[in-house]
Design a protein. Structure first.
Length: 120
């Protein structure tokens, strides 16, 4: 489970779903690699469709599906970016439960002003 030790930290407060949208950030060149949400960004991806203009972007990414257990190992999930519906731009990701936290294998968002977001 090297991904539980070799990941990049997403820890900026403006990546949390409660943050507004003053600067319109995008994740068009974020990966592919393993990431962990921590600190002010939150501890995990949200699992329900958030409002627009959160997480310092126009379309905040959320995970469609539940977080895995440790026993599940690596699982495939879909991240959705809302626009005309809650899953206007879907992206496939991989998620692992590392015991006390989750890691996500993320690739670039499909367009600009879309961003992977965290929650507490």
């Amino acid at each position: 489970m090297s991904e539980c030790k070799n990941y990049w930290s997403l820890n900026n407060a403006d990546r949390n779903i409660i943050y507004g949208r003053p600067n319109r950030q995008c994740d068009s060149s974020i990966g592919p690699r393993w990431f962990r949400f921590e600190g002010s960004a939150g501890t995990r991806m949200p699992t329900s469709c958030p409002p627009f203009h959160r997480c310092n972007t126009d379309s905040p990414g959320w995970m469609d599906g539940s977080h895995p257990t440790v026993a599940d190992g690596q699982v495939s999930r879909r991240v959705c970016f809302p626009w005309s519906n809650c899953c206007h731009w879907p992206v496939n990701i991989t998620v692992r439960n590392c015991g006390s936290y989750y890691v996500y294998y993320l690739s670039s968002a499909p367009s600009c002003y879309l961003r992977y977001c965290g929650t507490n």
